[in-house]
Structures are given as C-alpha cells and as structure tokens.
Design a protein around this ligand. Structure first.
Ligand code: CUA
Length: 166
C-alpha cells in the first residue's frame, strides 16, 4: 500500500502557517505581559465577613485608610458601601509622587466596583472578599476613582480621589 500524500492548497497552507504563528505570538505576548511587565488579573486576596468587616476592631476596615509600610510604600484599606450611604471610606487619600500603593478593597453590603482614572486599576469589589491591586503613582495630580458596578440608586455618587502631591 503506498502512502497517500494529502494535498493542501498553497493558499490554505499559507493561512495555516499564519494561524500557527498567531498562536505563538499571542502566547508570547501574554507571557511577557504577565511575567515581564507584571500585568496580573486581580485575584481575591482574602475572605472576610461582610457583616463585621467594618465594625470588628481587629479588621483594618474598621479604621480604613492609608498605612505606610515602608518608605514610599503604602497599604490602602478602602471600604465600599451602599448603607447608610453610597460611599467609599475614606473618600480621599493623599500620597507623595513616586508612591506605590497596594489597595485592599472590600464591601460591607452589595457588589461594587473600583476603577482609578489614568491607571490600569479596575476591579470588582465583592462582599466577603478582598480585592487587591498595587499601583505606582509617578505623576502628581488628582486620580479620581469611581464605582463601576451598578449598586443601587446612589451608584452615581460613589466616587473618591487619590491626591498625588509633588
Ligand atoms: Cu457602588 Cu456602584
């Protein structure tokens, strides 16, 4: 029995090679972004009890705000809530330019969002879960943040700002 050679049209072969090339190119792009540039999908950092997260004295969200953990490095604990009022606690944070800020955001009631203008920070804030993302602020200015998940009639007034001073 003689082996039969599968005939592939040269035009089709060209597209097959191009498709295979695209797969490799995308795999390289994703790897470089994830491991070379540190672009990561926000992952759930830890679990908390949404009923006590704002009141338990051992919970950092009972006293939300900035903590300087090293020179130029901060942890920012932010509570998003719809009750009694749609707001972030705190509504404003001030850091000097060049600071690296790790945001730990959670909700004490419903699902909210957290998006910081002019940065790649944009994630969901779920009750019972802590969302974490680190952002470096090099340029001075006001970086507004807003709620990006519909959370009730006051959704549109949920905003705040990070003030980066020179
Ligand atoms: Cu909170 Cu929309």
């Amino acid at each position: 029995m003689s082996a039969q050679k599968l005939h592939i049209d040269s035009y089709e072969r060209g597209w097959m090679i191009f498709s295979a090339f695209l797969l490799v190119a995308f795999a390289v792009a994703v790897s470089v972004a994830a491991f070379g540039m540190g672009i990561q999908v926000p992952a759930p950092e830890q679990r908390v009890d949404p009923r006590t997260v704002a009141t338990d004295p051992n919970s950092p969200w009972s006293n939300p705000g900035l903590r300087e953990v090293a020179p130029g490095k901060y942890d920012a604990y932010i509570l998003a809530r719809a009750v009694p009022l749609w707001e972030y606690l705190p509504k404003e944070l001030t850091v000097p330019a060049g600071s690296s800020v790790s945001f730990y955001v959670t909700s004490s009631d419903v699902q909210h969002g957290f998006k910081i203008q002019d940065t790649n920070a944009n994630f969901m804030v779920l009750p019972g879960q802590v969302s974490k993302l680190t952002v470096k602020f090099d340029k001075p200015g006001a970086y507004n943040f807003i709620c990006t998940e519909y959370c009730g009639s006051g959704h549109g007034i949920m905003y705040g700002a990070i003030i980066v001073t020179p």
